[in-house]
Write a protein that binds this ligand. Structure first.
Ligand SMILES: Cc1cc2nc3c(=O)[nH]c(=O)nc-3n(C[C@H](O)[C@H](O)[C@H](O)COP(=O)(O)O)c2cc1C
Length: 193
């Protein structure tokens, strides 16, 4: 069984995003385990808010096609999800909506088929974005992604890693490893190319 390739992205656009920092730590841990990780920043793939009229007139935007292809090219996914009002961020939901659209010969399920996902969240708040993960899990499972039961919500995240991307809390680093490892094992067993 060959090793799964892992796509890592955060559902936040802002440059100083805590979730992006956590995503980069997760990507590093995947690489330390000897596997390939691709970190993508959604700010590099700006998309209009999904509008069926826009789609009918112009088709699926090029950036959505690129993101869809990235999903297709990986067997593992680490999605790091900011919690907005107890739920998924608009930016992340918009990406999922765009890449789930049928597009020429590409069926709506293409991006999500044969994909195993790990959900992470980071928040300055006390629950770490845990409530939002419940919704992200339901959405991903609804489009056919296998989401592993292990997950991690990092509370008080601004005190757990600094602006330079260094861990301030070793326990959190170990907790991250404790959920990244099951993702790699499960993705390898299910879909390792
Ligand atoms: C519209 C909005 C709603 C938010 N709702 C929540 C929330 O429900 N729970 C929470 O823990 N933090 C909430 N926050 C705070 C975010 O967790 C915080 O801004 C976090 O840093 C955003 O993620 P980022 O750093 O990756 O951009 C909210 C922030 C915004 C802008």
């Amino acid at each position: 069984m060959s090793a799964p390739r892992v796509l890592v992205l955060a559902g936040s656009l802002r440059r100083a995003s805590l979730n992006k920092r956590l995503a980069k730590f997760a990507a590093k841990q995947v690489e330390e385990a000897g596997l390939s990780a691709t970190y993508l920043d959604l700010k590099d793939y700006p998309l209009p808010v999904y509008d069926g009229d826009d789609e009918a007139e112009h088709g699926v935007p090029e950036n959505a096609r690129s993101l869809r292809q990235a999903f297709i090219d990986h067997e593992g996914l680490i999605l790091v999800c900011p919690e907005y009002n107890g739920s998924i961020s608009g930016a992340l939901k918009n990406v999922i909506d765009w890449i789930s659209r049928p597009d020429g010969d590409v069926p709506m399920t293409a991006a999500f088929r044969d994909l195993t996902a790990l959900l992470l969240a980071a928040s300055p708040g006390g629950l770490g974005g845990l409530r939002g993960l419940v919704h992200v899990r339901a959405i991903l499972e609804g489009v056919g992604v296998f989401v592993i039961p292990q997950q991690l919500a990092v509370s008080a995240a601004h005190k757990v890693f600094d602006d330079e991307g260094a861990w301030l809390d070793e326990t959190a680093e170990q907790r991250l490893r404790g959920v990244v490892e099951p993702l790699l094992a499960t993705a390898g067993k299910l879909f390792g190319g």
